[in-house]
Design a protein around this ligand. Structure first.
Ligand code: ANZ
Length: 813
């Protein structure tokens, strides 16, 4: 058996390779389009891992299914190849990252071909290809020209082991996400991208997508929009005021002290002459944000010596300096209300500060040890101006009062920070900027792009935190594009996110040298209909790429019709080791897809991956089920021997077999549409069991093979080659996805067919099964739909396509 599947795989790989066009997406055909995207991998030296195989198989089954269902499918692949792991590997092995990348991508591509992924290889992209990163750099220049990229001295998270600055997002529990080393803080001059300007757009844009709730929530939480007020407190014996951001102005009477962050302007000033504050600031600087804000952390702080005046009752309250207040959020200062905020409570307890409750409810009446935080229950007390109100009402009254008194106003804060875009590393896109004494930072003229990454011998990160490019004088020294005088190039490179935040656009028009993608092609393919990826990318990658897309939309690079890049987002599950734990080398529970394919063949691997459970679930590997899937494919193979000769079966027998298939077609089509791969396979298994032991009608068997094709492409192709007749397509993967034949079911059953305008579904047409064949009538009915009329009004319909029983597409100009 083993020998046989290897032979079959080789044969069809060769055939598919020679006929690669069958999987190539054609631009702007009359057919409705489906853009199916799976996150492109970082091509590591260890080859495809099981998570890749799982993610890509799901995408592939769906893409094949949609292709067979009459869609023009774009299912591309490429390489997110810049980044530290390759750089580290190359340094260790004294090789060039360019060479290592080439080897790894070649290896990945071969492995993907072996697993029969139907990618359109003519559109392959590689983020490290100068032809590609020319556009990554071009996007940066547009950000700069539009005031969205600026250089600033920023305290950054510094990983002493990777010798690299990390974005906040790359620090997990105070440790470097990649290597686990304790992260320090350092201040260096960095390029920063103003993503915060898009905070509201990134929120409102979600309404135009069909992301599942979990993904939307991840985006919303990350942006962290918070409605509240700014309130200014007088400082005793000083001119300036201290402004705080609070979401709870209702608790003003309970504000018994204030806290400023160690980096607050006032603290910095005091630190110059106050040794205690100075030392506190030095310690705070070495702590990560996570460490500082953690709720359970023991509170520390220093009294500033200053007093503020609570505007609501003119009470004098002390101002403290503490690191649990962050400089970068709100105003970097807070009014502390220990009776109703946990951190303030802990702080007050530690330093013996006053605690005044201002909300009373059933819940907190007898227990003042736990700060009461709710806004929708209880009533205000000890607050003469708004006693008796519910906290939520008092918030409004307090804001109004502060506005009238001229000491405050309603405001909104966001947890989203600007995006630090500089990395002090070699293996990334050079930032296309030049510094001139006279003209400051100037972008490289677009005609000079790409700024190529010089190929050099040594590129180890340096201890002083500078990029290795800084040592390459030939690269560094250049002329100012404005005045022609001496100037120096930026030597930092871009973060890994840069290449991956727009790659889905490049697939639409991968070879265009003039623009990053033509309007026409972007208009046809965008948005991505389904974007498949890991949970870990539901926040940052999704947010960054949505931001870049929205920005490019604003500057007219992408067509106005598509304000969001992704329509649906599917986050697939994680495959655990056979022991139920996360796969890891140290545990020795890693399952390598290539090894499984060696033993059982690629189809078994694919089918098992899809059958083991819901696509979105986290499930442990189970060798027994692999064997079960293998037996199933053997069963289907053996059914081929039972195909009946013409007229061998009675009409009744044929009809009963057709009924079995009708049910399978309906169920499997529905499931695949919903990414229910495991249930689709279960239905296929059920159909096979019902047909077993009989002679089988040829057409019925063909249908079975077509239904199998997306899941087990080799087995289906081989069977098809044995049974196909003259009228059939040469490859099963070009065959039409079956629809339920009308005589097998009730003629009057109503089914609903999507009606698309220029490839985008705009309505649904309800038809009786017996009407499905009447093409001209169907087209007329489609155009009369209320939901469709408004889209074609004033336009000319130049092409009308009806894919029987599947869909209508109207092409307009
Ligand atoms: C008084 C108060 C009373 C607060 C109360 C909360 C509860 P979110 O919801 O995350 O926006 N805060 C403001 N700026 C801060 C900073 N830079 N660092 C640390 N904490 C800061 O949180 C807003 C609340 O977090 C603000 O409302 C403020 O404390 C605190 F019963 O003000 B509050």
């Amino acid at each position: 058996m083993a020998q046989k599947f290897i032979e079959i795989e080789k044969k069809w790989q060769k055939y598919w390779r020679e006929n690669e066009a069958m999987y190539a997406a054609k631009d702007g055909t009359g057919k409705p389009k489906k853009y199916v995207l799976v996150e492109f991998p970082y091509p590591s030296g260890s080859g495809l891992h099981i998570g890749h195989a799982f993610a890509f198989t799901g995408g592939d089954v769906y893409a094949r299914f949609k292709r067979m269902s009459g869609y023009e499918v774009l299912f591309p692949m490429g390489w997110d190849a810049f980044g530290l792991p390759t750089e580290n590997y190359a340094i260790k092995n004294k090789r060039k990252p360019q060479e290592v990348t080439l080897e790894n991508t070649d290896n990945f591509r071969e492995e993907m071909r072996r697993l029969a992924f139907s990618f359109d290889w003519s559109r392959e992209v590689n983020t490290t290809d100068p032809k590609y990163y020319k556009w990554t750099q071009w996007i940066f220049i547009q950000l700069f020209k539009n005031g969205l990229a600026y250089k600033e001295e920023m305290p950054i998270n510094w990983c002493p082991s990777c010798k690299i600055g990390l974005a906040n997002e790359e620090v997990v529990d105070g440790k470097c996400e990649r290597c686990g080393a304790e992260v320090e803080r350092r201040t260096i001059s960095q390029w920063v991208v103003r993503i915060t300007k898009y905070a509201d757009r990134l929120l409102s844009g979600l309404e135009k997508t069909e992301f599942i709730d979990k993904v939307k929530a991840a985006q919303v939480n990350w942006i962290g929009k918070s409605e509240g007020a700014k309130i200014r407190f007088k400082i005793k014996d000083r001119q300036e005021t201290l402004e705080v951001f609070t979401t709870r102005p209702d608790t003003l009477y309970g504000a018994t002290f204030m806290v400023i962050s160690p980096e607050h302007q006032i603290a910095l000033e005091l630190g110059k002459n106050n040794q205690e504050i100075k030392e506190y600031q030095i310690i705070a600087r070495s702590k990560s944000e996570m460490e500082r804000t953690e709720l359970s952390k023991e509170k520390t702080g220093v009294f500033s010596g200053l007093w503020a005046v609570n505007p609501v009752n003119n009470k004098e309250i002390p101002i403290w300096v503490s690191d649990f207040v962050m400089a970068s959020y709100g105003t970097g200062a807070i009014m502390a209300v220990p009776a109703h905020d946990q951190r303030d409570f802990d702080f007050a307890k530690k330093f013996g500060l006053e605690i005044i409750p201002v909300i009373e409810s059933e819940e907190n009446k007898n227990n003042n040890q736990i700060p009461y935080t709710k806004v929708d229950e209880g009533k205000m007390i000890n607050s003469p101006k708004w006693d008796g109100l519910k906290p939520s009402e008092a918030i409004k009254v307090a804001i109004e009062w502060s506005r009238e008194s001229g000491i405050g106003e309603a405001t909104t804060s966001y947890h989203l920070r600007d995006w630090i875009f500089s990395r002090q590393h070699y293996w990334g896109e050079p930032i296309p900027m030049v510094n001139c004494k006279e003209h400051g930072w100037v972008s490289v003229p677009e005609s000079e792009l790409p700024v190529r990454l010089p190929e050099v011998e040594a590129y180890e990160p340096t201890d002083d935190g500078k990029s290795p490019l800084a040592k390459m004088t030939e690269f560094v020294n250049t002329v100012c594009p404005v005045c022609g005088g001496d100037a120096k190039r930026e030597t930092d490179t871009m973060p890994n996110w840069a290449g991956s935040d727009w790659y889905f656009m490049r697939y639409c028009d991968p070879h265009n040298d003039m623009v990053l993608g033509s309007q026409e092609k972007l208009k046809y393919w965008m948005p991505v209909d389904v974007y498949i990826g890991g949970d870990e990318h539901n926040t940052l990658h999704l947010l960054y790429s949505r931001f870049i897309y929205q920005f490019l939309w604003d500057v007219g690079v992408v067509p106005k019709e598509q304000p969001e890049p992704y329509f649906k987002r599917i986050s697939h599950g994680v495959i655990l080791g056979p022991d139920g734990a996360r796969m890891s080398k140290s545990r020795g529970n890693v399952v390598v897809p290539g090894d499984v394919a060696d033993i059982y063949g690629s189809d078994v691997l694919r089918m098992y991956l899809m059958f083991m459970g819901p696509y979105t679930a986290t499930i442990a590997w189970n060798e027994k089920t692999v064997a079960g899937v293998k037996r199933f494919l053997e069963k289907i193979n053996s059914l081929a021997m039972s195909v009946a000769k013409e007229n061998e079966l009675t009409e009744e027998a044929v009809n009963s077999q057709r009924k079995v298939m009708a049910r399978a077609i309906e169920g499997i089509t529905h499931d695949l549409d919903d990414f229910g791969f495991n249930t689709a396979i279960a239905k296929l298994m059920e159909a096979v069991n019902q047909l077993r032991g009989q002679r089988i009608n040829l057409e019925v068997f063909k249908t079975l093979v077509i239904l199998l094709a997306p899941m087990a492409p080799y087995t289906a192709e081989e069977l098809w080659s044995q049974i196909r007749t003259e009228d059939d397509t040469k490859s099963v993967h070009l065959a039409r996805w079956p629809i339920v034949e009308k005589e097998t079911v009730d003629d009057d059953e109503i089914i609903s067919i999507p009606v698309a305008i220029d490839g985008r579904v705009r309505g649904q047409l309800e038809l009786r099964l017996k009407e499905l064949g009447r093409e001209s009538e169907v087209l007329v009915l489609a155009k009369q739909l209320e939901t469709i009329k408004k889209w074609i009004e004033g336009k000319k319909v130049v092409r009308e396509v009806y894919v029987k029983g599947k869909m209508v597409n109207l092409v307009t100009v």
